[in-house]
Design a protein around this ligand. Structure first.
Ligand code: 6MZ
Length: 347
């Protein structure tokens, strides 16, 4: 971590709704993974984008490939998931929705089912150890893998939704936005929604995804990841904005990720205020706290300082994020009570 957020943002109770497991691995955990696999000759500069550095989105996706080499067994996944959950908890995150793409690895015999089971096990272990955050899981579909894999992944997510008594709450669509097309994934996404999984879909992360976004918005999903190029000022259209607003679909916004991945030229040009100022539900998230060297407190602080928002406004944002989560109503009520108790004295 390069800098630390002010105490106010660290202590603010927060909800994290957009965190990819393998993008969220901290420096300390990467060190442990490198020590387990020295023969891979992976250095830390290959797994993280430091302060002041930028990468193209394409280069970011190369970084994930490197990290995937380091995380290829049940043992690795258990360690990584537990460390990531604890780090979010240490950063004041009281409710966390983690997402990850199930992978099979021939070398270690890892199956996609083991992959998800291991993450569920990590969530259980953290709970037993008293880690102070509620964790839910979204199974991720990597768009590059096409129709069949998407359908298999949805079936896996459905099984786990039923067998984990609600720990698996939804489905994510992610991966390199320049690869594949949403129309091929539509049947799988619709099936997932029909079976009760909530949908959090990456949408318009790069320009030229307008037609796809229009298609995906017709489902409609329960949340949108990024949505950078949805609105007219970014080359999107009013009709896309209307669909998002009509269905009141919250946006998961990840400032540092977008700036470091160069889909947004600078913090001040981020699309956060476009939506926020119209009162649309916006949730500040990290995306990949390890790769982009950030944490949720820093993201809140960055949004406040860039757009001149008060502590009170940031408090409201963190509180409103509860309603954008995929938690069941009873848990949302519990979280709201916690927020009331944890309201910072300075407000
Ligand atoms: C789209 C992203 C992403 O699933 O192995 N991922 N997809 N846009 C982004 N913006 C930067 N950041 C991460 O975590 C890594 C995977 O999450 C997705 C990609 O599919 C990446 O391979 P898991 O835990």
């Amino acid at each position: 971590m390069e800098t630390e957020a002010d105490a106010f943002y660290r202590e603010l109770p927060k909800v994290e709704l957009h965190a990819h497991l393998n993008g969220s691995i901290s420096f300390a955990t990467i060190e442990k993974l490198i020590a387990r696999k020295p023969h891979l000759n992976i250095g830390h500069s290959m797994t993280a984008i430091q302060s002041g550095q930028r990468r193209t989105l394409e280069e970011c996706f190369q970084v994930f490939k490197v990290i995937h080499q380091l995380v290829d067994s049940e043992e690795d996944i258990l360690m990584v998931a537990k460390d990531v959950i604890k780090e979010f908890a240490d950063d004041g995150v009281k409710y966390l929705e983690l997402r990850s793409t199930p992978r099979e690895e021939k070398n270690t015999g890892l199956t996609k089912k083991n992959y998800v089971e291991t993450i569920i096990e990590a969530i259980h272990q953290c709970k037993k150890e008293g880690v102070d955050t509620e964790v839910r899981f979204l199974v991720a579909v990597d768009r590059r893998n096409g129709t069949e894999v998407a359908m298999e992944t949805v079936k896996l997510a459905e099984e786990f939704m039923l067998s984990t008594s609600g720990l698996v709450v939804g489905l994510d669509l992610s991966g390199d936005p320049t690869v594949g097309h949403g129309k091929d994934l539509l049947p799988a996404l619709e099936k997932a929604k029909h079976s009760g999984l909530k949908l959090a879909l990456h949408m318009s992360e790069v320009p030229s995804q307008m037609e796809e976004s229009d298609l995906l918005l017709n489902i409609p999903p329960h949340r949108i990841g990024h949505g950078t190029f949805l609105h007219p000022e970014m080359g999107g259209s009013q009709s896309l904005v209307d669909k998002v607003q009509k269905n009141n679909i919250p946006l998961e916004l990840c400032l540092t990720s977008n700036v470091k991945g160069q889909t947004v030229p600078s913090y001040s040009q981020h699309h956060f205020p476009y939506w926020y100022q119209s009162g649309h539900p916006c949730v500040i998230c990290t995306d990949d706290k390890g790769v982009f060297c950030t944490n949720l407190s820093l993201e809140y602080q960055r949004a406040a300082s860039t757009f001149g928002l008060s502590h009170e406004a940031m408090w409201k944002l963190s509180q409103q994020a509860i309603d954008c989560s995929f938690a069941p109503d009873a848990l949302k009520d519990q979280l709201k009570q916690r927020w009331t108790k944890l309201r910072p004295a300075v407000l």
